[in-house]
Design a protein around this ligand. Structure first.
Ligand SMILES: Cc1ncc(COP(=O)(O)O)c(C=O)c1O
Length: 361
């Protein structure tokens, strides 16, 4: 059942079978991550002839896809991950969305997909919040996780870029990543599997990178670890399955791996800016496994943390590999930067960088 009203270029089809306020509030008590979804979704089509068209906000529900749709066979898809924060003083905001829009377009270029105008990307987020704003939790540390994504829907089994795509945005309320305080994670060093190859798709946020990380992640779990860290073919540290890595040296310098095949995280970028403003030196360069292990052994590395949208900052407590277990030194900088960043995101601290973007006005 749908009722249709027109907006300038988005058509809004209200979900008349959406959750009641009471049902929604119950779901928001403890939403966990990635299993609860709001009542609506954004859907915009792209075709070679029509470009971006048919922009709609529709009731959340299953997608009809031709069994030959290219995404199902050749994985031509890209996505983003971001959050909407409800400020105690009013307003729903997201954080540096233009960086996600640009990264999505870099991913799209790598996967031979059409780019989305930044304004359309931002508008799509605002349109979803206009109908589903009540799904943004008000409990501290909860957010509405936003998942923009694009996939090839043309029915064609030849291997070439598809001629038809869908861009969608869905929203999923999510609870505090760490219930009961931030806990250091243990990391398994994957030496049998790589996440990305030189010239490959490592810098793109595309499903295949995550599909190929599942087996090494299972290996990490089997080894008693929480997460997996990948090396490049030259033995340099890349990143975790879904987070960037930052090393804090004893002299306060922050060092983060730089390579063509790492996903350039918005969280890392922002934390490093905050650290520079506190007077820390920041280096983006290759970091070998030897430098990591020797640095920890000698005391030259004082702290190691991982960062990304979901957890913001996670201290790394242990590095385990074939034949070794290195306990990592614990420091305070990562968590202190985490607090500064989340204070900005939740409106508890002045947004002096203009990083926040209002979604509900
Ligand atoms: C592979 C990978 N690296 C790093 C990150 C961190 O990126 P961001 O800080 O933009 O969330 C992510 C996503 O969270 C990721 O999937």
């Amino acid at each position: 059942m749908a009722e249709t009203t027109a907006l300038p270029d988005f058509l809004v089809q209200k979900n008349l079978a959406g959750k009641s306020p009471a049902e929604r509030e119950e779901l928001l008590v403890d939403p966990g991550f990635g299993t609860v979804f709001t009542d609506h979704m954004v859907d915009v089509c792209w075709s070679e002839r029509g470009g971006w068209h048919n922009a709609r906000v529709r009731p959340y529900g299953p997608i009809t896809l031709d069994p030959a749709a290219a995404v199902l066979h050749y994985a031509q898809e890209v996505f983003e991950g971001m959050k909407a924060y409800r400020h105690a003083g009013g307003g729903i905001y997201t954080f540096r969305p233009e960086l996600n829009a640009r990264r999505m377009n870099r991913s799209a270029r790598r996967l031979s997909m059409p780019e989305i105008p930044e304004e359309l990307f931002l508008r799509a987020l605002r349109e979803l919040i206009a109908v589903d704003g009540a799904w943004v939790p008000s409990n501290p540390d909860q957010t509405l996780y936003l998942r923009p994504y694009m996939y090839a829907k043309e029915a064609f089994l030849g291997v070439r870029p598809a001629k038809k795509y869908d861009f969608r945005v869905i929203g999923s309320p999510s609870g505090a990543y760490f219930s009961g305080g931030v806990k250091p994670v243990s990391i398994w060093l994957s030496e049998n599997y790589a996440r990305a190859a030189k010239g490959g798709t490592g810098a793109a946020k595309t499903g295949g990178n995550y599909a190929s990380s599942l087996l090494p992640q299972s290996e990490a779990i089997a080894q008693g670890c929480d997460q997996v860290v990948f090396l490049d073919s030259g033995g340099n540290v890349e990143e975790l399955g879904g987070m960037n890595v930052v090393f804090v040296k004893a002299d306060g310098t922050l060092v983060t791996p730089d390579s063509e095949s790492i996903l350039d995280g918005v969280t890392r970028n922002s934390l490093l800016t905050l650290a520079e403003e506190r007077g820390h030196k920041v280096e983006r360069r290759g970091v070998s496994l030897e430098e990591w292990r020797d640095g920890v052994a000698s005391g030259d590395i004082a702290e190691v943390f991982a960062c990304g949208t979901a957890a913001v900052v996670t201290p790394i407590g242990t590095l385990k590999g074939a034949g070794f277990v290195d306990e990592q030194p614990s420091g305070e900088l990562g968590l202190s930067l985490r607090e500064e960043l989340t204070d900005i995101q939740y409106g508890r601290r002045e947004d002096s960088h203009n990083w926040l973007y209002r979604l509900d006005a």
